[in-house]
Design a protein around this ligand. Sequence first.
Ligand code: GLA
Length: 730
Amino acid sequence: MPIYYNEQTKTFRLDAGKASYAFCVGPCDTLIHLYFGPRIPDGDLSGLEFSLGLSSFSPNPPGMAGSRFTLDAALQEYPANGAGDYRLSALAIRGENGSSATCLRYRSHEIRDGKYALEGMPAVYAGEAAAQTLDVLLEDPLTGAEVHLLYGVIEGFDAITRAAVIRNAGSAPFVIEKAASAALDFPRMDFDLVHLYGQWAQERQLSRAPLTHDIRTIASKRGSSSHNHTPFAALAGKYTSETHGEAYGMSLIYSGSFAIETECDAYDAARAVLGINPIDFEWILAPGERFSTPEAVLVYSGEGLGGMSRTFHKLYRRHLCRGEWKEKIRPILVNNWEATYFNFNEEKLLAIAKDAAELGIEMLVMDDGWFGKRNDDKSSLGDWFVNEEKLKGGLKPLVEKVNALGLQFGIWFEPEMISPDSDLFRVHPDWVLCAPGRKPSIARNQYVLDMTRKEVRDYLFDTISGVLHSANIAYVKWDFNRNLTEAASPALPPERRKETGHRYVLGLYELLERLTSAFPRVLFEGCSGGGGRFDPAMLYYSPQIWTSDDSDAIERCRIQYGTSFVYPPSSISAHVSAVPNHQTGRVTDFSTRGNVAMAGAFGYELDLTKLTAEEKELVKQQVAQYHAYAPLVQDGDFYRLISPFEDENRCAWMSVSPDRSEALVTFVVPKTKVNFTSYLRLAGLDPDRFYEDSLTGAVRSGSLLMNAGLNLSRTWRDGESVLIHLKAVQ
Ligand code: GLA
């Protein structure tokens, strides 16, 4: 069993794969963090508590005058606000007395088989025999708050999942001002903070900088996880590389406003706290009610950042993604957005579908513009009824014709939005999310629907279901093209309006749950102006997400490389688009566009009818390559080899099959240079086996390929690339 409790020392130890995690019940029944790192043998963990010489500026808890114990410096599991710990807190509860000083004391615990679930929220799941849960009950005697700290361990993973469930066991309501999913304390601060920042069309760019004596916040206040930061950060040792050294990955399974805060204090200790963003958040909890935080996943890697990513990939692919498509090879699709934008009709779509069928593409996705009177982005969001001027006779005949060509059919929705020029708005202006008395800000000519309201969700469920029932639809792209503003639902009483952001997210999850359950065979793809809501929670509903509206292959190297820090290749939707590229104007080889897209859920985003005969041949080759390599890419172990954030001339990554008998290497030259030398050292191969490479036909040992590398020195043009397949021959 991976979770142990030692009665004598009151110590908990969780063994998670190659990692161990430990804490104990300390003075004043506070939960004291002891250890997170490489696996340790069972034994005495006492003496690890952080202790200090006393100064009067580090208070002792009531009843402990003169002791060395102070919350101001103790390493804790779930630090509470305002009662002697001046650092970042995980929990702040404002009671009837108007104070948000909060005090948590251990009361009991339970260890059970299976992995806990969170009501109404995505979480990692596992079979009863493959996981264990530790449920530690803490209580605040004054407010009556009971806090269940939940810890999950899944067999074979170097990861701990965490969440907190707060119950009001008192007699009066209280206000939760902050409830983090997890806190993680270290008695040292010699770490680099690694995170992924970005903007529209430039998501998940890599940032790495040493921690210093201050507070850093990686956050979103946008009501969605956002383009600006994905809910992830890692603390990596100063010398940690892709392949070596320690890395602590922290990922939050949440799609709304979040915060990952780090603080280094005067004693050179570091604390990380992650959860719902406390800014603009409050939650009133009435007696008997419960509140669940989203789930945090903490990964330990002793094998560098690459090891951390591979743990996230496997965990999210196998234990977070769900449904029919989670392990299946995804269909090669062609999406008409960059091919036609709003300017299409049945004839145009069928022309694309006809060429697609001839080239071996498997699905046609009809993007924005098929509904209401939508011919540009100024109208009709909310009117999910077919525009019969564009699609005469409706969806059914079109889908039948597409199916008859041998293609599946997919469709675009942006359910959470409403255009001021829409029938829905004319009937229900009150469904717009906006603080009473304010005028709603407008973005891309649209407002956000109030997803906290059941009637809004019911309307969306009914209309979307109606469309999905009306024809043989195999795929849905779920878009979200602006962020929340004036986010205070009029449907809530004023004192509860700071609950809006989280209630919005819960409403979204409820609708997604209903739809994905009602249409289990449909492949859902997430999207938010590209990758603006690329987070683990969305992967629970949609096993792939459109990664970026930037489809330029060279820019995609950076975006996809960054995305791979947390998210599995199978989730990274990537398409070949036209040149000059619509976002950057760059002209890149057709083969490089294919090679880069081949690293994810593959497809096309261009007008196939405009391709030359030569390009069509290349499409056929890419389709064949995808069929040959997709299992390797989707199921294999992913290794980043050369970072485009560090090397402007080269970028490389590879996937290795689980049995290490095959690998696919991608090498891209974003920008060439004179006398280009490159020995590409591979990773993840079996050192003792021999592999034949598809580039030269040479057979070399895994050891040689990993230590000497593939010699790729030659003259490369800007934007050239190569895919190299390795197959074990012995
Ligand atoms: C967003 C998506 C695009 C496309 C457009 C349609 O920007 O990311 O792929 O669907 O919306 O309006």
